[in-house]
Design a protein around this ligand. Structure first.
Ligand code: BV8
Length: 238
Protein backbone atom coordinates (compact mmCIF):
# COMPACT_ATOMS: atom_id res chain seq x y z
CA UNK A 1 0.00 0.00 0.00
CA UNK A 2 1.21 3.52 -0.81
CA UNK A 3 0.14 6.46 1.36
CA UNK A 4 0.03 10.11 0.40
CA UNK A 5 -1.96 11.75 3.22
CA UNK A 6 -1.06 10.75 6.79
CA UNK A 7 -2.33 11.78 10.21
CA UNK A 8 -0.30 10.60 13.20
CA UNK A 9 -1.51 10.83 16.82
CA UNK A 10 0.93 10.53 19.71
CA UNK A 11 0.44 10.19 23.45
CA UNK A 12 2.62 9.96 26.53
CA UNK A 13 4.05 6.56 25.49
CA UNK A 14 6.13 8.14 22.71
CA UNK A 15 7.95 10.21 25.37
CA UNK A 16 8.19 7.48 28.02
CA UNK A 17 11.73 6.43 27.00
CA UNK A 18 12.79 10.08 27.19
CA UNK A 19 12.00 9.96 30.88
CA UNK A 20 8.69 11.84 30.71
CA UNK A 21 6.09 10.09 32.84
CA UNK A 22 3.00 8.50 31.34
CA UNK A 23 -0.35 8.97 33.01
CA UNK A 24 -2.07 5.63 33.48
CA UNK A 25 0.75 3.12 33.60
CA UNK A 26 1.96 1.73 36.90
CA UNK A 27 3.47 4.66 38.82
CA UNK A 28 1.99 7.04 36.26
CA UNK A 29 1.17 10.70 36.85
CA UNK A 30 -2.49 10.07 37.66
CA UNK A 31 -1.47 7.53 40.29
CA UNK A 32 0.48 10.27 42.13
CA UNK A 33 -1.78 13.26 41.58
CA UNK A 34 -5.56 13.52 41.58
CA UNK A 35 -6.51 14.50 38.03
CA UNK A 36 -9.40 16.50 39.46
CA UNK A 37 -6.98 18.62 41.52
CA UNK A 38 -4.34 19.42 38.90
CA UNK A 39 -5.89 19.02 35.41
CA UNK A 40 -9.32 20.67 35.65
CA UNK A 41 -10.41 24.33 35.75
CA UNK A 42 -12.18 23.56 39.04
CA UNK A 43 -8.95 22.26 40.56
CA UNK A 44 -7.14 25.40 39.44
CA UNK A 45 -9.83 27.61 40.98
CA UNK A 46 -9.64 25.64 44.26
CA UNK A 47 -5.86 25.66 44.63
CA UNK A 48 -3.96 27.46 41.86
CA UNK A 49 -0.54 27.10 43.49
CA UNK A 50 -0.94 23.29 43.68
CA UNK A 51 -1.58 23.31 39.92
CA UNK A 52 1.38 25.65 39.32
CA UNK A 53 3.63 23.34 41.36
CA UNK A 54 2.44 20.33 39.28
CA UNK A 55 3.21 22.03 35.97
CA UNK A 56 6.36 23.81 37.22
CA UNK A 57 7.89 20.41 38.04
CA UNK A 58 7.02 19.00 34.59
CA UNK A 59 8.19 22.18 32.81
CA UNK A 60 11.50 22.00 34.70
CA UNK A 61 11.93 18.31 33.71
CA UNK A 62 11.75 19.34 30.05
CA UNK A 63 15.11 21.12 30.30
CA UNK A 64 16.98 17.80 30.56
CA UNK A 65 14.64 15.69 28.41
CA UNK A 66 15.87 14.59 24.99
CA UNK A 67 13.93 13.10 22.08
CA UNK A 68 14.25 9.32 21.71
CA UNK A 69 14.50 7.32 18.42
CA UNK A 70 10.70 7.35 18.09
CA UNK A 71 10.59 11.18 17.95
CA UNK A 72 13.46 11.21 15.46
CA UNK A 73 11.80 8.55 13.29
CA UNK A 74 8.59 10.61 13.07
CA UNK A 75 10.61 13.69 12.09
CA UNK A 76 12.39 11.59 9.43
CA UNK A 77 9.01 10.40 8.14
CA UNK A 78 7.77 13.99 7.88
CA UNK A 79 10.80 14.93 5.77
CA UNK A 80 10.38 11.88 3.51
CA UNK A 81 6.68 12.65 3.00
CA UNK A 82 7.44 16.31 2.17
CA UNK A 83 10.19 15.30 -0.27
CA UNK A 84 7.63 13.10 -2.07
CA UNK A 85 5.13 15.96 -2.18
CA UNK A 86 2.82 14.18 0.28
CA UNK A 87 1.05 15.40 3.41
CA UNK A 88 1.69 14.47 7.04
CA UNK A 89 0.16 16.03 10.16
CA UNK A 90 1.45 15.01 13.59
CA UNK A 91 -1.22 15.59 16.25
CA UNK A 92 0.12 15.16 19.77
CA UNK A 93 -1.72 14.87 23.08
CA UNK A 94 1.61 15.55 24.75
CA UNK A 95 2.51 18.91 26.21
CA UNK A 96 6.29 18.33 26.08
CA UNK A 97 8.51 19.78 23.33
CA UNK A 98 10.24 16.56 22.27
CA UNK A 99 8.68 16.38 18.80
CA UNK A 100 9.96 19.93 18.17
CA UNK A 101 13.40 19.05 19.53
CA UNK A 102 13.50 16.11 17.08
CA UNK A 103 12.66 18.46 14.17
CA UNK A 104 8.96 17.78 13.56
CA UNK A 105 7.28 20.88 12.11
CA UNK A 106 3.86 19.79 10.86
CA UNK A 107 2.76 19.48 14.48
CA UNK A 108 -0.42 20.28 16.42
CA UNK A 109 -0.49 20.20 20.24
CA UNK A 110 -4.17 19.43 20.82
CA UNK A 111 -3.73 19.51 24.61
CA UNK A 112 -1.53 22.61 24.67
CA UNK A 113 2.12 22.98 25.71
CA UNK A 114 4.06 23.07 28.99
CA UNK A 115 6.21 25.94 27.66
CA UNK A 116 3.26 28.26 27.00
CA UNK A 117 1.04 30.21 29.37
CA UNK A 118 -2.25 32.12 29.04
CA UNK A 119 -3.68 35.05 31.00
CA UNK A 120 -7.10 34.32 32.49
CA UNK A 121 -7.82 38.07 32.62
CA UNK A 122 -6.81 39.45 29.22
CA UNK A 123 -6.49 36.22 27.23
CA UNK A 124 -2.96 36.81 25.95
CA UNK A 125 -0.92 33.62 25.34
CA UNK A 126 2.79 33.20 24.91
CA UNK A 127 5.98 31.20 25.43
CA UNK A 128 7.03 30.66 29.06
CA UNK A 129 10.04 28.74 30.32
CA UNK A 130 10.08 29.55 34.05
CA UNK A 131 8.02 28.68 37.10
CA UNK A 132 4.57 30.17 37.56
CA UNK A 133 3.18 31.46 40.87
CA UNK A 134 -0.19 32.91 41.79
CA UNK A 135 1.39 36.39 41.85
CA UNK A 136 3.33 36.09 38.59
CA UNK A 137 2.24 39.15 36.63
CA UNK A 138 0.82 39.01 33.11
CA UNK A 139 3.18 40.86 30.77
CA UNK A 140 0.27 42.62 29.05
CA UNK A 141 -2.40 43.44 31.67
CA UNK A 142 -0.29 43.26 34.84
CA UNK A 143 -2.57 40.90 36.78
CA UNK A 144 -1.43 37.73 38.60
CA UNK A 145 -3.84 35.60 36.55
CA UNK A 146 -1.52 33.45 34.42
CA UNK A 147 -2.26 29.72 33.90
CA UNK A 148 -0.48 26.96 32.00
CA UNK A 149 -1.65 26.94 28.36
CA UNK A 150 -2.70 23.30 28.54
CA UNK A 151 -6.14 21.81 27.88
CA UNK A 152 -7.69 20.49 31.09
CA UNK A 153 -10.53 17.99 31.37
CA UNK A 154 -13.79 19.64 30.38
CA UNK A 155 -12.00 22.13 28.12
CA UNK A 156 -12.08 22.04 24.32
CA UNK A 157 -8.84 20.71 22.82
CA UNK A 158 -7.02 22.90 20.28
CA UNK A 159 -7.26 22.56 16.51
CA UNK A 160 -10.24 20.23 16.40
CA UNK A 161 -11.62 21.54 13.08
CA UNK A 162 -8.23 21.18 11.40
CA UNK A 163 -7.74 17.73 12.89
CA UNK A 164 -11.12 16.43 11.72
CA UNK A 165 -10.58 17.94 8.26
CA UNK A 166 -7.21 16.21 7.88
CA UNK A 167 -8.51 12.88 9.20
CA UNK A 168 -11.48 13.02 6.80
CA UNK A 169 -9.01 13.30 3.90
CA UNK A 170 -6.28 10.93 5.11
CA UNK A 171 -5.39 7.50 3.73
CA UNK A 172 -3.30 6.50 6.77
CA UNK A 173 -4.00 7.14 10.48
CA UNK A 174 -1.42 5.98 13.03
CA UNK A 175 -1.90 6.12 16.81
CA UNK A 176 1.36 5.95 18.79
CA UNK A 177 1.90 5.55 22.54
CA UNK A 178 -1.58 6.33 23.79
CA UNK A 179 -3.94 4.33 25.98
CA UNK A 180 -7.01 5.39 24.04
CA UNK A 181 -8.65 6.51 27.31
CA UNK A 182 -9.04 10.24 26.62
CA UNK A 183 -11.52 11.74 24.20
CA UNK A 184 -11.84 13.25 21.66
CA UNK A 185 -8.38 11.87 20.68
CA UNK A 186 -9.44 8.28 21.39
CA UNK A 187 -12.25 8.65 18.85
CA UNK A 188 -10.02 9.76 15.93
CA UNK A 189 -9.55 6.15 14.75
CA UNK A 190 -13.31 5.88 14.11
CA UNK A 191 -13.24 9.04 11.98
CA UNK A 192 -10.26 7.64 10.08
CA UNK A 193 -12.01 4.33 9.39
CA UNK A 194 -15.06 6.23 8.12
CA UNK A 195 -12.70 8.08 5.77
CA UNK A 196 -11.54 4.72 4.44
CA UNK A 197 -8.02 5.17 5.82
CA UNK A 198 -5.73 2.35 6.83
CA UNK A 199 -5.37 2.45 10.62
CA UNK A 200 -2.31 1.40 12.63
CA UNK A 201 -1.60 1.28 16.37
CA UNK A 202 2.01 1.36 17.59
CA UNK A 203 2.10 0.92 21.36
CA UNK A 204 3.85 -0.90 24.19
CA UNK A 205 0.77 -3.10 24.48
CA UNK A 206 -2.71 -3.17 22.91
CA UNK A 207 -4.71 -0.10 24.02
CA UNK A 208 -8.35 -0.21 25.06
CA UNK A 209 -9.38 0.47 21.46
CA UNK A 210 -6.80 -1.81 19.81
CA UNK A 211 -9.62 -3.73 18.05
CA UNK A 212 -10.46 -0.58 16.07
CA UNK A 213 -7.14 -0.62 14.26
CA UNK A 214 -6.49 -2.74 11.15
CA UNK A 215 -2.83 -3.19 12.06
CA UNK A 216 -0.95 -3.19 15.37
CA UNK A 217 2.72 -3.42 16.28
CA UNK A 218 3.64 -3.68 19.95
CA UNK A 219 6.80 -2.94 21.91
CA UNK A 220 8.80 0.09 23.07
CA UNK A 221 8.23 3.10 20.81
CA UNK A 222 11.97 3.69 20.32
CA UNK A 223 12.14 0.30 18.52
CA UNK A 224 8.65 -0.21 17.08
CA UNK A 225 8.23 3.30 15.65
CA UNK A 226 11.76 3.37 14.25
CA UNK A 227 11.25 0.00 12.49
CA UNK A 228 7.78 0.88 11.22
CA UNK A 229 8.99 4.21 9.77
CA UNK A 230 11.93 2.51 8.06
CA UNK A 231 9.56 -0.04 6.49
CA UNK A 232 7.11 2.69 5.46
CA UNK A 233 9.56 5.13 3.91
CA UNK A 234 10.18 2.62 1.14
CA UNK A 235 6.45 2.63 0.34
CA UNK A 236 5.79 6.37 0.16
CA UNK A 237 4.16 7.27 -3.15
CA UNK A 238 5.89 10.19 -4.97
C1 BV8 B 1 -13.49 17.57 26.07
C2 BV8 B 1 -3.61 18.04 30.07
C3 BV8 B 1 -15.48 18.62 25.44
C4 BV8 B 1 -2.22 18.47 29.94
C5 BV8 B 1 -4.96 16.18 29.40
C6 BV8 B 1 -16.83 9.92 29.12
C7 BV8 B 1 -16.69 9.43 27.85
C8 BV8 B 1 -16.00 10.13 26.89
C9 BV8 B 1 -15.40 11.33 27.21
C10 BV8 B 1 -15.53 11.79 28.48
C11 BV8 B 1 -16.24 11.11 29.44
N1 BV8 B 1 -16.18 11.85 30.58
C12 BV8 B 1 -15.45 12.96 30.36
C13 BV8 B 1 -15.07 12.93 29.09
C14 BV8 B 1 -14.28 13.92 28.39
C15 BV8 B 1 -12.82 13.87 28.83
C16 BV8 B 1 -12.28 12.46 28.83
O1 BV8 B 1 -11.97 11.91 27.80
N2 BV8 B 1 -12.14 11.88 30.04
C17 BV8 B 1 -11.62 10.53 30.12
C18 BV8 B 1 -10.72 10.41 31.33
C19 BV8 B 1 -12.80 9.57 30.17
N3 BV8 B 1 -12.12 14.64 27.84
C20 BV8 B 1 -12.03 15.97 27.99
O2 BV8 B 1 -12.43 16.57 28.95
C21 BV8 B 1 -11.40 16.69 26.82
N4 BV8 B 1 -12.25 17.79 26.48
O3 BV8 B 1 -14.01 16.49 25.94
O4 BV8 B 1 -14.12 18.74 25.83
C22 BV8 B 1 -16.02 19.97 25.31
C23 BV8 B 1 -17.05 20.16 24.44
C24 BV8 B 1 -17.56 21.41 24.30
C25 BV8 B 1 -17.04 22.46 25.03
C26 BV8 B 1 -15.98 22.26 25.91
C27 BV8 B 1 -15.46 21.00 26.06
C28 BV8 B 1 -10.04 17.25 27.19
C29 BV8 B 1 -9.05 16.12 27.39
C30 BV8 B 1 -7.66 16.69 27.63
C31 BV8 B 1 -7.33 16.62 29.07
N5 BV8 B 1 -5.94 17.00 29.28
N6 BV8 B 1 -3.78 16.64 29.68
C32 BV8 B 1 -1.37 17.60 30.79
O5 BV8 B 1 -1.37 17.80 32.02
O6 BV8 B 1 -0.68 16.77 30.20
S1 BV8 B 1 -5.23 14.52 29.15
C33 BV8 B 1 -3.87 13.56 29.48
O7 BV8 B 1 -4.21 12.25 29.00
C34 BV8 B 1 -2.62 13.90 28.75
O8 BV8 B 1 -2.75 15.02 27.90
C35 BV8 B 1 -2.37 12.65 27.90
O9 BV8 B 1 -1.73 12.93 26.74
C36 BV8 B 1 -3.73 12.20 27.69
C37 BV8 B 1 -3.93 10.84 27.12
O10 BV8 B 1 -3.15 9.94 27.86
P1 BV8 B 1 -2.04 9.10 27.08
O11 BV8 B 1 -1.17 10.05 26.34
O12 BV8 B 1 -2.69 8.03 26.30
O13 BV8 B 1 -1.20 8.53 28.29
P2 BV8 B 1 -1.54 7.23 29.14
O14 BV8 B 1 -0.63 7.22 30.32
O15 BV8 B 1 -3.01 7.13 29.35
O16 BV8 B 1 -1.14 6.01 28.18
C38 BV8 B 1 0.23 5.83 27.81
C39 BV8 B 1 0.27 4.74 26.77
O17 BV8 B 1 1.63 4.61 26.33
C40 BV8 B 1 -0.15 3.39 27.30
O18 BV8 B 1 -1.01 2.75 26.36
C41 BV8 B 1 1.17 2.62 27.43
O19 BV8 B 1 0.99 1.23 27.15
C42 BV8 B 1 2.00 3.25 26.35
N7 BV8 B 1 3.44 3.21 26.61
C43 BV8 B 1 4.09 3.32 27.80
N8 BV8 B 1 5.41 3.24 27.59
C44 BV8 B 1 5.60 3.10 26.25
C45 BV8 B 1 4.35 3.08 25.63
N9 BV8 B 1 4.20 2.93 24.30
C46 BV8 B 1 5.33 2.80 23.57
N10 BV8 B 1 6.57 2.80 24.09
C47 BV8 B 1 6.75 2.95 25.42
N11 BV8 B 1 7.99 2.95 25.93
Amino acid sequence: MKFGRMVLLTGAGVSAESGMGTFRDQGGIWTRHRLEDVATPEGFARNPQLVHDFYNARRKALKDAAPNPAHHALSRLERAMAAAGNELLLVTQNVDDLHEKAGSQSLLHMHGELKRVACVSCGVKGAWDDDLFTDTECWRCGTGALRPDVVWFGEMPYGMDAIYDRIAACDLFVSIGTSGEVYPAAGFVHEARQAGAHTVELNLEPSVNARDFREGRYGPASQVVDEWVSDLIGRISP
